[in-house]
Design a protein around this ligand. Structure first.
Ligand code: NAD
Length: 331
């Protein structure tokens, strides 16, 4: 029964993971540390803190004093680090916060963990939630990314995530800090900020607003339902396969344009009474491509299947319908 620190637990994946972890894992205490940026939604997690074993701190992962106090007061043994600036477009406009939170924040967490854990590293773990974007991008017929693919990040966002991964690996080599790093593809599901593609499409269709599409919409992403991601993380944790990295993919590659058409057709058949537009083409507006826009991501997930027996179980149509339902009732 461990004391767990979850950073970024009020964000999209962190909030879903908190819920999943509480229902599916044993723990002594869970501490959630989140600075509650625009991307967070505290209301969705606040009920958890009625329990005396689940405690929330509003604070920045870059803050030495706050992180240090949490370690001292709660004897933290495991960190799941979700806290990040996560939107690529924002990182293109200004990368300052990305360097601070994603790189320096991770450095602060792992440095304090090293200090507090000293040489008592048994049962300790730094679990870093990273991204497939650290590998760069693929052309149409290039083979999938493996865990061993060289890093080649192409946006300020992905380069700060890549830098954090390298730092963690160096702390493992130098100070033997036990770690796991996971590279997950694009997540979708409830509680994602409307700046991201799927919530933006759903919300613009609901309010009959134009949907901006970068370039010609042919860029391909792999989508995973957020609960599948959470399950993969927990399974890795439970199987204690540490000091290694895992790809987590959804086996759902689809172009942005095809995805928008799919969302519209699901909404049209389930929510025809509240949708004003008949043809999605009337809402799509092609806009100048994102600078350095990655063309395609695709992950080889053989390792997580062989070692953890994990395979995503949510079919994209079902996952999208659940997501749409959530946004319709939480508009
Ligand atoms: N969303 C995806 O598709 C995806 C895919 C792969 C990996 N990831 C990674 O998963 C993690 C979570 O992503 P997300 O989509 O939930 O992001 P998000 O932007 O929805 O949530 C991030 C959370 O971190 C908090 N936060 C930001 N800066 C902080 C700081 N300095 N100190 C404390 N808290 C801070 C925010 O308030 C927010 O609650 C990130 O590390 C991201 O890189 C995301």
């Amino acid at each position: 029964m461990k004391n767990i620190l979850i950073t970024g637990g009020a964000g999209f994946i962190g909030s879903n993971f908190l819920k999943y972890f509480i229902s599916n894992a044993k723990f002594n205490k869970i501490i959630v540390l989140d600075s509650l940026t625009y991307a967070s939604n505290f209301n969705l997690i606040k009920n958890n803190f009625k329990s005396k074993n689940i405690i929330f701190f509003k604070g920045n992962i870059c803050n030495k004093k706050i992180v240090s106090n949490i370690f001292d007061n709660y004897n933290i043994e495991v960190i799941f680090n979700f806290a990040a600036e996560s939107h690529v477009d924002n990182s293109i406009k200004n990368s300052n916060k990305f360097v601070k939170t994603n790189f320096l924040g991770t450095h602060n967490l792992i440095s304090i963990a090293r200090l507090k854990w000293q040489n008592q590293l048994k049962n300790k773990l730094f679990f870093q939630i990273s991204t497939d974007e650290v590998f760069g991008h693929l052309k149409k017929n290039e083979p999938k990314f493996k865990e061993t693919t060289n890093y080649n990040p192409r946006s300020p966002y992905s380069s700060t995530k890549a830098a954090a991964d390298l730092l963690i690996k160096s702390f493992s080599t130098t100070y033997s800090i036990p770690y796991v790093i996971t590279h997950c593809s694009n997540n979708y599901g409830p509680n994602q900020n409307k700046e991201k593609l799927i919530p933006k499409v759903i919300s613009n269709i609901l309010s009959n607003k134009k949907i901006p599409v970068y370039g010609d919409g042919s860029n391909i992403r792999d989508w995973i339902y957020v609960d599948d991601h959470c399950k993969a993380l927990l399974n890795i944790f439970k199987k204690k396969k540490f000091n290694t990295t895992y790809n987590i993919g959804g086996n759902n590659q689809i172009s942005n344009l095809q995805l928008i058409i799919k969302i519209f057709s699901i909404m049209k058949s389930s929510y025809f009474d509240i949708i004003k537009v008949n043809n999605i083409k009337d809402l799509i507006e092609f806009v100048n491509d994102r600078p350095g826009h990655d063309y395609r991501y695709d992950l080889d997930t053989t390792k997580i299947f062989k070692e953890i027996r994990f395979k995503p179980s949510t079919n994209i149509n079902k996952g999208l319908l659940q997501t749409i339902k959530w946004y319709v009732s939480n508009q």
